[in-house]
Design a protein around this ligand. Sequence first.
Ligand SMILES: [Fe+2]
Length: 290
Amino acid sequence: MPQHDGQQKFPGSLNSAMIDGATGHAAQEYANHFGQPGYNDISRVYIGQSYEGYSDENQEVWRTLYDRQMGYLESMASSVYLTGARSIKLVREYIPYIEGPKSINNYLAKLTGWQSRAVPGYLPAKAFFACLARREFPTTIVIRPKESLDYLPEPDIFHDVFGHVPLHADPVFGDFLQTYGKAAATTDDPQHVERLARLFWFTVEFGLIREGGKVKLYGSGLISSPGESRHSLESKEVDRRPFDLETVCGTSFEIDHYQPILYVLESFDQLRDAMNQYAMRILEGQPARA
Ligand SMILES: [Fe+2]
């Protein structure tokens, strides 16, 4: 996936010791080889969160990001996102715990069985999909430096947990994401691979949904970005199209500027049902285009 490919780490990360130790390197090395002979145990790409590694400044960055965005989201985000955020007890006071009694995983386990798993950095696509197929979400644990509050080229824990994880508390979205992972982990057809990357981009990362007659945010790239969330809903430059799987899969995207085209779901059932049909085609070995 565009946001999950490659091997780079944060260049200037304030807490890179949390991922750059021997354990982090071994996990990343395993992820880089995942799928090759002898590298089939996806659990070996996971690491601990090393929560004590967060500095006071890291915690302050979390509070600042939370404060800047949650007020806006209360009226502009999907009710499914907001319900999920409350269900996993996402709070402004501290960076979320991934493991342990106060953790988001503790709540998710009871709701949908999804879990977040700390990873040392980007996962190659096949490893990323293998995690999703198991209802496990690879989660970056570092947080952006305070000098880079507005823009960073890679995910951090604010993008991954604040942006993505609340939707994992919803059974319909949770089923969609697992089915997506199973299908993407299965196919090597380059056309399917490209189409699935577009589907991920225009839904999980940058999706909009209509609720109560209003267009709301749910994609993590919008949820976690004060600039792009407002642009996506308010700009006259944005072409907001009704979601249609074939149209979405046929639409290319660029990653380095605000998205000029976005797709609007009518419901998460629509997304799950479309994914189920597409997954069936992939699992039956049908080509990308009939
Ligand atoms: Fe993402």
